[in-house]
Write a protein that binds this ligand. Structure first.
Ligand code: NAP
Length: 324
């Protein structure tokens, strides 16, 4: 089969499109013939060798994908050959989804709603689980609360926005381009702000009637954490999803307002949380929540997709590879 192999860590040129052996099916596994795979920023950190947990070389990147079941392990129930599914292996190590086929355990495979394309299915996994883990397991959002999604135009944020609206929150969402802001309004944001404009958070006091925001889902903490503390309501919760550097903050604000700052890492999700999140995600997908696909490349063009996902691009959802 064809797939992407990384034999040494480095820039995007180490993503080689090669002929490789098919993965071997275990008794508790499914073999999926993938039609699309989703690109996550973490796959660029791992590929460059700049990440805490690195796979042994050579490896095939990718943890998200969608396709059709080709083989079923003898202990697996509830799935049939030919069914459309999406996968989220959540590790990004070993056998990856940047390939024509993947073998993964039954706990990483989910039925793909009929009306969704394979490209949309490939955009669900890591982004959807991250958005739900941040909103529900970490921030424990309540209906009626005000949620600031700081960086809502990307893969995680565009799903977090829809999920927060679904559970009755008032959502203030940020993007870095006019097109991004328009997309966020179309997805249901109550207010939008451009995080590339100076003083863009100034209006938040007015937008929250002087109260501040109850929850921040933060995609770039090294830029925004101090500003987040400034705009929080009393007993607000900040969930750090994304961070790419250092920042100095004044913890006094966290004391005065009794703010909780929580980090999250998808790989730390417990099996119990994963199960709960899968139910929530499934319910959301059947109630109109939709992954947003920004751009589609072919599997052989993985290098271009890696270059695009990491640059300040004015995001409009998720970058996906189609697989022949
Ligand atoms: P993505 O699709 O590349 O989106 C990046 C988002 O960050 C875009 O909405 C972008 O907005 C926004 N952004 C850029 N500058 C910003 C700023 N100054 N303030 C606020 N937002 C800003 O990436 P993603 O998949 O959504 O992931 C978002 C981040 O979370 C990444 O850093 C990723 O590594 C991390 N992540 C962490 C976990 C975890 O387990 N903790 C899981 C998944 C993702 P514009 O492009 O419109 O400017």
């Amino acid at each position: 089969m064809k797939g992407i192999q990384v034999s040494s860590f480095g820039e995007s040129h180490v993503l080689n499109y090669v002929e490789m052996d098919e993965p071997v099916l275990g008794d508790n596994d499914l073999c999926i013939r993938l039609k699309a795979t989703g690109i996550n920023p973490v796959e660029t950190y791992i590929r460059s060798g700049n990440y805490a947990a690195l796979p042994s070389l050579p490896y095939t990147p990718g943890s998200d994908g969608a396709g059709v079941i080709e083989k079923i392990g003898k202990n697996v129930q509830g799935f049939h050959i030919g069914e459309r599914v999406y996968v989220s292996t959540l590790t990004g190590h070993g056998t990856g989804t940047y390939a024509q086929k993947i073998v993964c355990d039954v706990g990483s495979v989910y039925h793909l709603p009929e009306e969704m394309s394979f490209e949309e299915g490939a955009a669900i996994g890591s982004s959807g689980f991250t958005a739900i883990q941040a909103l529900h397991q970490k921030a424990r959002i309540q209906p009626g609360e005000i949620v600031l999604i700081h960086g809502a135009s990307g893969g995680v944020g565009s799903l977090a926005l829809q999920l927060a609206k679904l559970c009755g929150s008032k959502v203030i969402a940020t993007a870095g381009s006019e097109q991004g802001l328009a997309m966020l309004l179309a997805l249901g944001a109550d207010h939008v702000l451009n995080h590339r404009e100076p003083d863009y958070l100034q209006n938040l006091s007015f937008l929250t009637e002087g109260k501040g925001v109850d929850v921040v889902i933060e995609m770039l903490a090294n830029r925004n954490l101090q500003n987040d503390l400034d705009v929080m309501a009393k007993e607000g919760r900040i969930v750090i999803v994304g961070n790419r550097g250092d920042i100095e903050i004044n913890p006094r604000l966290a004391m005065n307002k009794e703010i909780q700052i929580t980090g999250m890492l998808l790989a730390n999700m417990t099996p119990e949380q994963k199960g709960q999140n899968a139910h929530r995600l499934n319910a959301a997908l059947t109630h109109g929540v939709k992954p947003i696909v920004e751009q589609i490349f072919s599997l052989a063009e993985a290098k271009l997709a890696h270059e695009m996902v990491i640059k300040q691009r004015g995001s409009l959802g998720k970058i996906v590879l189609t697989i022949d």
